[in-house]
Design a protein around this ligand. Structure first.
Ligand code: ZN
Length: 73
């Protein structure tokens, strides 16, 4: 299951996001990004937990809904 994390999810005004199957990988990328770009944000254990809780499942590709589903030939 692919998971995703974005700064916006945490309430940061930033377009950065990442997707990965592993939460650990996402957290390590997020930590790196925050320490580089959001130096004002302290990666305290509380924030770490908050970030981790905001990792969500990446949107699954939607199946096309057939327009003709109502028409029964
Ligand atoms: Zn960011």
């Amino acid at each position: 299951m692919t998971k995703s994390f974005s700064c916006k999810d945490v309430g940061i005004d930033c377009t950065w996001s990442t997707t990965h199957e592993s939460e650990e990988a996402i957290m390590s990328m997020a930590k790196e990004h925050v320490s580089l770009v959001h130096k004002e944000i302290e990666l305290s254990p509380e924030n770490y937990c908050k970030f981790k809780s905001l990792i969500r499942e990446a949107d699954k590709p939607r199946k096309r809904v057939s327009k003709d589903s109502k028409k029964v030939a």
